[in-house]
Design a protein around this ligand. Structure first.
Ligand SMILES: Nc1nc2c(ncn2[C@@H]2O[C@H](COP(=O)(O)OP(=O)(O)OP(=O)(O)O)[C@@H](O)[C@H]2O)c(=O)[nH]1
Ligand SMILES: [Mg+2]
Length: 359
């Protein structure tokens, strides 16, 4: 599962990518022509840190999110040409998108569309998504109509109807994620990888000084479009990510910041992907595992090892908050917080789970 970092040229995508992944990719004009950068970010989790403090394991393993940093949307002439093919190709497998909107001045690297205006850029990006989807939609509708004329296949007719529904929405400038679609329709659309259907997180890069009025205006606009929104200073976040822990604490205190904005970006990304966390604990390892929201206990077992899923008997479950409050598994058992759950149990965010299984 990968999140694509996308945005207009020079919006701070690579800066944010470096901050998220701790990598040191060169900044500057990539313009969509260089290869995409890929990296992994650790999901910050105070619950995991507290569990580790309790169990003092040999190792602590965080959940992770994968990011891919793409070049600019499409460089010159992008309004008429939509996305370049290689950007589309890279975006296709992304499960979600993170859109960086620039709202800072930088005379060395001027914004390609004039003075910074994140609201305008949000519209530009939105138009790009719609435009790209519309082109795919039209191409496929045309081919399907020809095929159906030759042979009336009911699956093809269903696909055509679904695409026409999408087409109408796109013509209306409505992103596909706002269209009500049932499971069967979603299945039909999956292979198209429509951009306006992917979950989207809007990240406003305000540079070093955020203007509250502008931030509020963009937050409202994003909210109006049903999008999640965060504001960061990509430069500050990158500097912070590259400091050692002691300096970072001092730096945060100096600016009166309680936690790096980056933490919120990673957590929001995780939620955007429809993921949740469960924990395993012990003296060897405390670990946060990643699971699709709504998964049942055997699926969670399978995340750890397929043998545990195959031989699944029961899951011993306690919410991490209870375990942290009571201080030990034994105390949880005494107080009745530790439950035995079966195959149907839907794992909850923050559960600490111990699987009983047969091999
Ligand atoms: N002042 C300021 N400059 C920033 C900030 N974020 C990025 N920049 C600068 O803006 C320029 C572009 O940043 P990049 O991170 O390379 O932007 P990008 O979106 O990856 O650019 P392309 O890949 O070429 O489209 C660099 O000179 C950065 O130092 C910020 O928060 N404040
Ligand atoms: Mg870049």
């Amino acid at each position: 599962m990968e999140i694509g970092i996308i945005g207009l040229p020079q919006s701070g995508k690579t800066t944010l990518f470096n901050a998220l992944t701790g990598l040191h990719v060169d900044l500057g004009y990539a313009g969509g022509r260089k290869n995409a950068n890929r990296g992994v970010a650790k999901v910050p989790d105070t619950r995991l840190e507290q569990l580790s403090a309790l169990f003092k394991p040999k190792s602590t393993v965080h959940a992770t999110v994968n990011y891919v940093d793409l070049g600019g949307l499409s460089g010159e002439g992008r309004k008429s040409s939509g996305f370049p093919a290689e950007v589309l190709q890279t975006l296709k497998p992304c499960e979600a998108l993170l859109l960086v909107l620039r709202d800072f001045d930088n005379t060395e690297m001027p914004h390609p569309d004039g003075p910074p205006n994140a609201l305008r850029d949000l519209r530009t990006a939105q138009d790009e998504f719609l435009f790209s989807d519309l082109a795919i939609c039209e191409g496929r509708i045309e081919r399907l109509e020809k095929q159906i004329m030759k042979m009336k296949d009911k699956d093809l007719v269903y696909e055509l109807d679904t695409l026409k529904l999408c087409h109408a929405a796109l013509e209306d400038e409505r992103p596909l994620r706002t269209v009500e679609l049932d499971e069967a329709q979603r299945r039909v659309l999956r292979s198209y990888a429509f951009l306006s259907l992917k979950p989207l997180l809007v990240v406003m890069n305000t540079g070093e000084g955020a203007d509250a009025t502008r931030v509020d205006a963009l937050r409202e606009a994003a909210g109006g479009l049903g999008l999640r929104f965060l504001q960061v200073s990509a430069n500050i976040e990158m500097e912070l990510a590259q400091m050692d822990a002691e300096d970072a604490v001092e730096f945060l205190a100096e600016y009166g910041i309680s936690e790096p904005a980056l933490h919120r970006v990673v957590r929001e990304s995780f939620t955007l992907l429809g993921l949740e966390t469960f924990f395993t604990v012990g003296e060897d390892e405390c670990r946060a595992w990643t699971l699709h929201q709504g998964s049942v206990a055997p699926v969670a077992a399978g995340v750890i090892h397929s043998d545990i899923q195959k031989g699944f008997i029961r899951a011993e479950v306690v919410p991490s908050a209870s375990l942290l409050a009571l201080g030990s598994m034994a105390a949880c058992k005494d107080k009745g917080s530790l439950r035995l759950e079966g195959k149907e149990y839907v794992v909850q965010e923050g559960d600490v789970v111990h699987f009983r299984f047969n091999v």
